[in-house]
Design a protein around this ligand. Structure first.
Ligand code: NFE
Ligand code: MG
Length: 570
């Protein structure tokens, strides 16, 4: 018998996402992902000064707060062929990396771990056994028996008053929860410790970007941080040394806690390496430029077809034609209309954002997200794409952390777990941790580059832009925490003529495209087990593994059509 389940809204994400699934014999047979909010940022930009676009587009999202600023200045610089100073590049890279590490820690521990970890089961744990287990896996200083006993006492206090606080409304006691009480206590303790650690990443963004969320220091042509080696300037050596200390704290947590926990949880849920495979066409872009023009990068990117690493095709520069020509967006199943008809897809330079709301139509329009494709095909984007691209490109740090993670999972699980396991719901979590470890090392390397260059006496941070008459087109791409982000700008006589943002969650949470091919969430939900339709925990596991951000995905507020909350499971 077929049952329809509607989850609206999905929580522990950013924005308003509705997911519908049809379940047959305990498995998902059809899925719909729908963005339920509309704002209008792309349209707001038309006619404005391109130098202001970064400050406006950054307000698309309060989670990936830096990324739209970066993609926007890159787009305008790309249109003008404007090189930025080495220091500006390093400062941007430090911000990008610190922000990404923040995002990944918060996603794993605070937004998705409780899909796998039963908080109430932790009350039955023996803190001494938890500590013995934790110490067998890692030498993290927060793994003492005393620490685990303290957390258990805190939790017992919560439950005793009937107030679970931040842990209310989980699917506690669900049959798909498989961890032992000791592993649950370990994970809950690290959840609380991660709340402390994530602050170090935010502090780095705040010091370098002047504010978080939403940095204030970028400009078309560089950054606005005055640099000096004395104590009178904004970014002093004293502040840079504080940044270095916080990088060390992040390094310790990511390597000794996050990477270990992700492997342990993966090892306890081996069946989830077989769930959530869906789309295996992957796209990511290179990032962390090593020069001011975007011709060389620390972390590679490109396209992989059908999960086969031998098909990898690299994207090499900010002007890469392979990327530029490949992207388009369709609206056949989205609440928009294209002037030339909704059976077409449009390249972002020709993109249109004209709303047409129809209500939710199963076979027609059902989402505020457009459907992006790369050479006509839907893609999966995100940390899994970047780990696979790193492996395909022979990127040593990615290979080292990915291999160590698979070996750790195999050793804890007692079975051989290979690379194929990564194409899955649990694999997306493992890939995010691997990508995060690569980013921590690169964060330290970028700090060295900045300080070395300042030591040579170069304190330049800004090359002023000039806008010629006529038309210029530019794309700014950035490998944001959730995947490929690109901003596309058409400038006419110094003013924005068209502006389109094609965003990670738009790729992954897209509705069916012009050929009715499903987006990544929809495809990856097929065959997911659902033990209890009243508590569709397994559906949330797969959706959360992508780290949805709907504000980014739609980036456009409609006061008339926004349904605020309906939650039904029938
Ligand atoms: Ni609002 Fe974002 C990221 C962007 S969307 S979180 O990462 O761009 O997927
Ligand atoms: Mg868009």
């Amino acid at each position: 018998m077929s049952q329809r389940i509607t989850i609206d809204p999905v929580t522990r994400i950013e924005g308003h996402l509705r997911v519908d699934v049809e379940v047959n014999d305990g498995r998902v047979s059809k899925a719909w992902a729908s963005g339920q909010m509309w704002r209008g940022v792309e349209n707001i930009l038309t006619g404005r000064d391109p130098r202001d676009a970064w400050a406006i587009t950054q307000r698309i999202c309060g989670v990936c707060t830096t990324v739209h600023a970066i993609a926007s200045v890159r787009a305008v610089e790309n249109a003008l062929n404007l090189e930025i100073p080495v220091n500006a590049n390093s400062i941007r890279n430090l911000i990008i990396l610190a922000h990404a590490i923040h995002d990944h820690i918060v996603h794993f521990y605070h937004l998705s771990a409780l899909d796998w970890v039963d908080v109430t089961s932790a009350l039955k744990a023996d803190p001494a056994k938890t500590s013995a287990l934790a110490e067998s896996l890692s030498n993290w200083s927060g793994n003492s028996k005393h620490e685990f006993a303290k957390v258990k006492e805190r939790l017992t206090g919560f439950v005793g008053t009937g107030q679970l606080g931040i842990f209310t409304n989980g699917y506690w006691g669900h049959p798909a929860m498989k961890l032992t009480p000791e592993v649950n206590l370990l994970a809950v303790s690290h959840y609380l410790q991660a709340l402390e650690v994530q602050r170090y990443a935010s502090k780095i963004v705040s010091v370098l970007g002047s504010k978080s969320p939403h940095i204030q220091n970028v400009a078309v042509g560089g950054v606005a941080n005055p640099l000096a080696l004395d104590a009178q300037s904004v970014l002093t050596m004293e502040r840079l040394l504080a940044v270095k200390e916080w990088i060390g704290k992040l390094d310790d947590f990511v390597k000794n806690v996050y990477l270990v926990d992700v492997a342990a949880i993966g090892a306890f849920y081996p069946e989830w390496t077989q769930v959530g495979r869906g789309i295996t066409d992957y796209l990511c872009v290179p990032d962390i430029p090593l020069d001011g023009k975007g011709e060389t990068f620390a972390i590679p990117g490109g396209h992989i077809a059908g999960g086969d690493l031998s098909t990898f095709k690299a994207i090499n520069t900010f002007h890469d034609k392979y990327f530029l020509d490949g992207v388009s967006e369709a609206v056949k199943h989205s609440w928009y209309d294209y002037k030339g008809g909704n059976d077409k897809s449009l390249h972002p330079y020709e993109g249109e954002t004209t709303p047409n709301y129809t209500d939710f139509q199963d076979e027609g329009k059902y989402s505020w997200l457009k459907s992006p494709t790369f050479y006509g095909k839907p893609m999966q984007v995100g940390p899994l794409a970047r780990v696979l691209a790193g492996l395909a490109a022979g990127h040593e740090p990615t290979a080292r952390y990915a291999t160590a993670t698979l070996e750790r999972v195999s050793s804890i699980a007692g079975i051989k777990v290979g690379l194929d396991a990564m194409h899955s719901t649990i694999g997306r979590h493992a890939a995010r941790a691997v990508a995060c470890a690569v980013q921590v090392d690169e964060l330290a390397a970028q700090w060295d580059r900045l300080v070395d260059n300042m030591g040579k006496g170069d304190l330049t941070t800004f090359n002023p832009p000039t806008f010629p008459k006529g038309e210029q087109r530019g794309v700014g791409f950035h490998e944001a925490p959730r995947g490929v982000l690109s901003h596309w700008v058409v400038i006419k006589d110094g003013k924005i003529d068209n502006y389109q943002c094609v965003v990670p969650t738009t790729w992954n949470a897209a509705p069916r495209n012009e050929h009715d091919a499903p987006g990544a969430y929809e495809a990856c939900l097929l065959d997911n087990p659902v033990a209890d339709p009243e508590q569709p925990l397994e559906v949330l596991r797969t959706v959360h593994s992508f780290d949805p951000c709907l504000a980014c995905a739609v980036h456009i507020l409609d006061t008339e059509h926004t349904e605020v909350v309906t939650v039904k499971a029938a």
